[in-house]
Design a protein around this ligand. Structure first.
Ligand SMILES: N[C@@H](CCC(=O)N[C@@H](CS)C(=O)NCC(=O)O)C(=O)O
Length: 215
């Protein structure tokens, strides 16, 4: 079996998405702790792999280093995924890709910096509560869309677990775990409970972010 090498600390949300996919696909891997307190992402060697100095970076045994977690997820899906996780047929694949892209831009983008960083990675006395409330309202409107979808489907893109669930679901552990006011989304809550039954989700996503806390 090929060995995938991952550079990136386990508590990075983008690394978690990639690791969860690797776990779901049953791939052999080795992961190096890089970034945040671990450092190692400003060395010439690392920057030669990823000039952005960000994690994750992934290299397959026979490939070049890849960065951008969405591109990495598509690579893994193309190479190792099977239908229904990543169907061969273009229309079915594009449907999943649409939801995956939507989740990356709107849910991960609307949560990580505007909410998670402001709540968890900012000392209490410096927190901008008005900005957090506005970001929560904005995220809530996007979650309403997922709520409607999940009322009628077990998973984000339909009745099967797909790449779109990785992009959407990897954010939900932190969303449900941190101290914020959450609007009621019963379908998303039961979806999250179902994700929490998946071993790869528990192993790679439902892990401590204590190390990221400030104050
Ligand atoms: N768009 C990039 C963002 C990568 C990114 O910003 N990664 C963060 C961690 S989630 C990072 O490298 N932060 C610096 C660090 O950990 O030292 C992706 O999706 O991979």
């Amino acid at each position: 079996m090929t060995m995938i090498t991952v550079w990136g600390r386990a508590n990075s949300s983008n690394v978690q998405a990639v690791m969860w996919a690797i776990g779901e696909l049953g791939l052999a891997y080795e992961r190096h702790d890089v970034g945040h307190r671990h450092g190692g992402n400003d060395t010439a060697e690392f920057l030669a792999m990823n000039p952005n100095g960000t994690v994750p970076v992934v290299r397959d045994a026979d490939g070049e280093p890849l960065w951008e977690s969405a591109a990495i997820l598509r690579y893994l899906a193309w190479r190792y995924g099977e239908p229904p996780f990543w169907p061969a047929e273009l229309a079915a694949r594009s449907h999943i890709d649409k939801w995956a892209e939507w989740a990356k831009l709107n849910i991960a983008g609307g949560f990580t910096a505007p909410i998670f960083w402001r709540v968890v990675r900012t000392p209490a006395k410096e927190r901008d509560e008005a900005a957090i409330a506005a970001a929560l309202a904005s995220l809530g409107r996007k979650l309403d869309i997922a709520e409607v979808q999940l009322r009628n489907h077990a998973f984000l893109a339909g009745h099967d677990f797909t790449l779109a669930d990785i992009q959407f679901g990897h954010i939900l552990h932190r969303y449900f775990d941190i101290e914020i006011e959450r609007p009621s989304h019963p379908a998303i809550e039961s979806y999250y409970d179902r994700l929490a039954e998946r071993p790869a989700y528990r192993e790679h996503v439902m892990i401590s972010y204590e190390d990221l806390k400030v104050g």
